[in-house]
Design a protein around this ligand. Sequence first.
Ligand SMILES: [Zn+2]
Length: 274
Amino acid sequence: MLSGLEVLQWLIGGCGALLVAGAAYWKQSLSLSGMLAAVLMGTIYFGAGNLFWFGILLVFFISSSLLSKLHHENKAELEATYDKTGRRDAGQVFANGGLGMLMVLLNAVYPLEMWSFLFIGVMATVTSDTWATEIGTLAKRPPRSVLTGKVLQAGTSGGVSLPGTLAAAAGGALIGAASWGLRLGTGMASHPLVLLVSAGLLGGLAGAFADSVLGATVQRMNRCTVCGREVEASSHCGKPTVFARGWRWMDNDAVNAVSSITGGAVALLVSYIG
Ligand SMILES: [Zn+2]
């Protein structure tokens, strides 16, 4: 049975999640399905976790939503080549926060410090990745292939740029710093600030790097039958796209999952060294 305090915690989580997800829906950052998924996810982060887990989700979500509002003349066109639009749907919400939610649940059932560090690395990766994409597409100089160094068209999977990499580092470091503050505020086992910032920074960079390498090699890419562009999306120019290259099952969600696990593993490694 849940105690009165636990019921209260789930209720607070549900209200907090509804408030944030509702505002995001209102601001057109989330679709209706995305809003429902975000309410469910936020409730679990707070109810089964606490303000540490929920707060990190908020730092990722709010910072990414704000960055995606930065506009550039080419950005709308670029977004069409990605497997996403301005509004995130339920699939994208789970792709970004699903692994983190698994860590929250594992920690609730079997509490270990390990879950916290895996969580920091996973959330640092999704934050770094989003920041790198948003800032990278604003950069004036075109990206280069992470494998060959060849200049690529802006927005191509597997491309990296200096502004994008700096944004990835900053996003990861912010997750680490926020972890330190939130753990202090919730009275959880504390770790030195420099250790948590290192875990977020290195985990985020490793995850974002894995994302680029997968994008340049085995990520499934499709071709638009109308304009001929190579895209991640399953439809383009209003028509379904056809398979072009990569492993058929390695779609954007699979790439996100492998990258996040990489980031989590690196953050955990940092905790053992630190
Ligand atoms: Zn097209």
